[in-house]
Design a protein around this ligand. Structure first.
Ligand code: GAL
Length: 680
């Protein structure tokens, strides 16, 4: 067993010397020769690149054989970058151990749920709990930090890459042992584990720690509380890999910030709200999904969630793409102007930079058909011209760095609930999580409303900063969350809660009494029976809205019925209820809605709570976001439509350098960033 590193979260150097706005990308010089490196620096300078993430997958370059280090290439590249005035986000190469590692440590290769050990030849093929992996990672990180820690070009450390992307969970013996250790730390004794997991059910009582295994392949369904704890453990174990490396770096260079890149919104298995507390700078990667016509809205959710994990502070877009990716079935190229729109949407939503995967397009390997800043065709390409244009645009809007995003609405996102809600043996497989939160967020986006994304652990004080709080789907709810929501409503807040919420505690145990135990009092109702719908089935309400997936038999108590079901298994029962709580207002929806109905529901709630877009004229594809600084505010307008946008606004538009007096006109597909002369 490796020794678990402890958190030293007291120290947080934050951004330090990281250039803001940061502009650049993953730089993999080990795929190229010296002549290309020189050309790279020339082109980086031409585009205005100021930060590169160096050596994310460079382990076999710098340690070609175990304990034989060769830094000659990296030394040269570091000096070239430094001479070119380009700062370095130095990556530890631990996302991809070299072949010599897998040969020496076959026990560290990932084991899947079926017990099959996976082979070498890709990346992230290791088990995060493997002692051999932890030891060799520590060696290479120590070498790197000793060599480059004091170099003035190194302004940020980047640990691994998208931790857990391919190896979120492992089923090897080392994992089982680490899981038992984690359970002891969480629960104390075996009796407590038995209680938390409800092992009286199906005769699962454990009488010795050695009997406890990761929830693997079994003939029937696995204990849900055991699964939930395994997911918590998995998230913590990956974070522990991060912490172990970070501590090595901090020991040498305590003033240099450390980060790793999140995949907020798309990755399920890391509790990024928890992880973010261990980051000096929160960083995120986001890629558009070509098959999703609303992928620019998904971008907004990913950015809002990342900002939420950072507690509202500026964060860094570490990776996105200049055009197509190569890992989807059909990889659509971005159209002219789209990369600029994407980059500025991220910046509008709190990123202090726009970086890419990757700088130069690979000519071999899995990612050779993935777009990059320098395409195979070099400078004479549309993409390169737009990269240079983007560099200029970022220079012009640089003054927004350090400012934050002003929001009146918050939406709750909770990873533990995500894991618990989507487990099997539930009333309906249709009750999924991320896509439902995405639907609520999308409805706000279409209304032109930018929202914060807050964790379920947000306290009443935090919630009190918002006019409206949305809880789309919170099956798992602790007593402290229900207390915070209650205090928020009692304090005058407006709250909308979606169905199948407030049902179980943090051990996935049903709250006692009528459903929903954690929210019954606050909502002023109870649910007598769940009445899930069949696949594709819908249900109509008497106010014209339509539900899908789910309905229930709600018995109103102190809540007033606003609308009832007129078709489906819940016909005649209440579908929408509201309850006044002091000055506050709480609304409950007993079904999931299609997009049109959800928008109608939320636009009503927004109006009641007096929430408006950042500028008059926003909404329906005109994205408006306000960043607020100490002495100024900036209105970002991204026009995603095919028509001209007209907005009420006065100030100075930074991208085109023009004064705006009263009306801002943004052509189709274009972006404006206005330093406002009047504070909103
Ligand atoms: C990211 C990853 C990069 C690259 C990119 C391609 O998930 O961090 O290394 O693979 O995807 O889109």
């Amino acid at each position: 067993m490796t020794t678990r590193s402890s958190s030293s979260s007291v120290h947080r150097p934050e951004w330090g010397r990281v250039p803001r706005l940061a502009f650049g990308g993953d730089y993999n010089p080990d795929q190229w020769n010296r002549e290309v490196w020189k050309e790279d620096i020339r082109l980086m300078r031409q585009a205005g690149v100021n930060l590169v993430t160096l050596g994310v997958f460079s382990w076999s370059w710098i340690e070609p054989e175990q304990d034989r280090f060769d830094f000659s290439g990296m030394d040269e590249v570091v000096e070239l970058l430094h001479a070119g005035g380009i700062s370095i986000d130095l990556a530890t190469p631990t996302a991809s151990p070299p072949p010599w590692f897998s040969e020496a440590h076959p026990e560290a290769l990932l084991v899947d749920r079926t017990g099959r050990r996976l082979g070498h030849g890709s990346r992230q093929g290791f088990c995060p709990s493997a002692a051999g992996y932890r030891e060799r990672s520590a060696v290479v990180v120590e070498q790197l930090v000793r060599r480059y820690g004091d170099h003035s070009a190194v302004v940020l450390w980047h640990i691994g890459n998208e931790l857990g992307g391919y190896n979120a969970h492992c089923w090897c013996d080392a994992t089982a042992e680490a899981f038992r250790g984690w359970l002891q730390r969480r629960h104390g004794g075996l009796d407590e584990v038995n209680r938390a997991w409800g092992t009286a059910f199906w005769s699962q009582r454990y009488s010795a720690w050695s009997q406890i295994q990761p929830p693997g392949l079994t003939p029937g369904r696995v204990n849900p509380a055991q699964q939930l704890d395994f997911y918590r453990f998995g998230s913590d174990e990956l974070l522990d890999c991060y912490r172990a490396e970070r501590e090595l770096i901090r020991r040498h260079v305590p003033a240099t910030p450390v980060t790793t890149n999140f995949m907020a919104g798309t990755y399920k298995w890391a509790d990024y709200f928890h992880w973010a507390t261990e980051m000096d700078v929160v960083a995120n990667d986001h890629y558009l999904v070509a098959a999703d016509p609303d992928s620019h809205v998904d971008l907004a959710l990913s950015a809002d969630l990342t900002r939420g994990t950072a507690g509202g502070a500026p964060w860094l877009l570490m990776e996105h793409s200049t055009s197509a990716v190569q890992w989807q079935p059909r990889n659509k190229a971005k159209r002219p102007g789209e990369m600029l729109r994407n980059s500025l949407s991220h910046i509008a939503r709190g990123s202090d930079g726009a970086c890419f995967f990757q700088w130069r397009q690979s000519d071999s390997g899995v990612e050779k058909w993935h777009s990059s800043m320098v395409p195979h065709g070099g400078e004479d390409t549309r993409i390169w011209r737009e990269v240079v244009q983007l560099g200029g645009a970022l220079e012009r809007v640089r003054e927004v760095a350090g400012s934050t995003v002003a929001c009146e609405v918050a939406i709750v996102w909770d990873y533990e609930n995500y894991w618990a809600l989507e487990m099997d043996a539930h009333p309906s497989v249709g009750m999924t999580y991320a896509d439902e939160v995405r639907a609520w967020h999308r409805a706000l986006w279409r209304e032109g409303i930018t929202c914060d994304v807050v964790p379920a652990t947000a306290d009443a004080r935090t919630l009190a900063g918002y006019r409206l709080v949305l809880v789309p789907s919170q099956y798992l709810m602790s007593g402290s969350t229900s207390a915070a929501l209650t205090a928020y409503a009692e304090g005058g807040g407006h709250l909308v809660v979606g169905p199948f919420s407030g049902l179980v505690d943090t051990d996935d145990r049903v709250h006692p009494g009528h459903y929903p135990g954690a929210l019954r009092e606050l909502l002023g109702l109870h649910i007598d029976e769940f009445l899930p719908l069949g696949e594709g089935e819908t249900t109509e309400l008497d106010n014209g809205l339509a539900g899908r997936v789910w309905c229930e038999n709600v018995v109103p108590g102190t809540a007033a019925v606003e609308a009832s079901f007129v078709s489906g298994p819940a016909a005649g029962f209440p579908a929408l209820l509201r309850r006044r709580v002091g000055e506050g207002l709480v609304r409950y929806a007993a079904t999931r809605f299609d997009d049109t109905s959800l928008r109608a529901l939320l636009s009503g709630a927004l109006a009641e709570a007096a929430c408006t877009p950042a500028a008059r004229g926003g909404g329906d594809g005109i994205e408006t976001v306000r960043r607020q600084g100490a002495d100024a505010s900036w209105l970002f307008v991204v026009n995603h439509t095919g028509s001209e946008a007209r907005l009420e606004c006065t100030g100075f538009e930074l991208l085109n350098g023009v004064h705006v007096t009263g009306t801002l006109v943004v052509p189709p597909g274009e972006v404006a960033v206005v330093r406002e002369s009047r504070q909103p």
